[in-house]
Design a protein around this ligand. Structure first.
Ligand code: MG
Ligand code: MG
Length: 277
């Protein structure tokens, strides 16, 4: 276990190559977002994301993961991550996390958003799920904002943990983490969603990471389903998941998987993203 990991830092040209896959990943999520409604199946959402990525000249990079044959993961309610698209019909009141990724000329994007479908007959359920979703999305933005000023990568997890703890009783999943991203979707280093001890990689130009808090309304214990993919909470509590891929470069940070580079999400936190020149 070397303490120095020079291999995790990318050149400016390499980071520029990650702009297109990042934007294409965002476009695929925009298209899925527009199609989410009661009655749609997760398989239909998968087809929409795949069509957008292929039309943009990309390859759905989840299909490059051995054994996975879909473009997105669609994780509903108590499912945390890795939900396999299929015949499941989304219903009013459901919350669904959509994780998508595009590879373009050998470089990768990875991003996830969670949506809550309105259900006027169950306002309490909807309010509680929207609250969980908001806490999770804001945990992501707090983590990204921390990255903008961090000296060490573990400050990201500290910021996520602090935000979540400040919002009430929620669980931060520990079984899965964020990760470096580049020529592969999953690279070193791991990006924890909570405070860790020990030496952590330096945050400096060339670091490109996917930050992805997974937050529950109950336990942090998970179980993998019979399909060998779908991860759910063991107590059936709800879970939300938000993710962006972010580049640290000479002039600042840039959220590769947000059309505005993260400007809207980061503005309330006093951070202005800077395009990679
Ligand atoms: Mg992802
Ligand atoms: Mg990821």
């Amino acid at each position: 276990m070397g303490l120095r990991r020079p291999g995790i830092y990318k050149s400016r040209d390499e980071m520029r190559s990650m702009v297109r896959p990042g934007l294409l990943t965002a476009e695929s999520l925009d298209a899925v977002a527009a199609a989410i409604r009661p009655g749609v199946t997760t398989r239909e959402l998968d087809a929409i994301a795949e069509a957008v990525i292929r039309a943009g000249g990309g390859v759905p990079n989840f299909m490059l993961v051995p054994g996975y044959r879909h473009t997105i993961c669609a994780s509903v309610n108590d499912e945390v991550v890795h939900g396999m698209p299929g015949d499941r019909v989304l219903r009013a009141g459901d919350m669904v996390s959509i994780d998508s990724g595009a590879e373009v000329v050998g470089w990768n994007g990875d991003s996830a958003r969670t949506f809550v479908i309105d259900d006027p007959s169950r306002p309490d359920v909807v309010a509680s799920r929207r609250r969980l979703n908001d806490v999770t999305e804001q945990a992501l933005w707090h983590g990204i904002a921390a990255l903008a000023t961090a000296r060490r990568l573990d400050e990201v997890g500290g910021a996520i943990e602090d935000h979540v703890e400040s919002q009430g009783r929620f669980g931060i999943i520990e079984d899965y983490t964020g990760h470096g991203i580049g020529r592969s979707m999953h690279e070193d280093p791991p990006v924890f969603n909570y405070r860790v001890s020990g030496r952590s990689p330096s945050v400096k130009p060339g670091l490109v990471v996917a930050i992805e808090p997974m937050i529950t309304s109950g336990t942090i214990d998970t179980v993998t389903g019979a399909d060998e993919w779908t991860v759910s909470t063991v107590d059936a509590s709800d879970a939300a998941h938000w993710e962006h891929s972010i580049a640290v470069h000479d002039d600042g940070i840039w959220v590769l998987t947000a059309a505005d580079g993260g400007a809207a999400g980061l503005a309330p936190l006093g951070i202005r993203p800077v395009p990679i020149a």
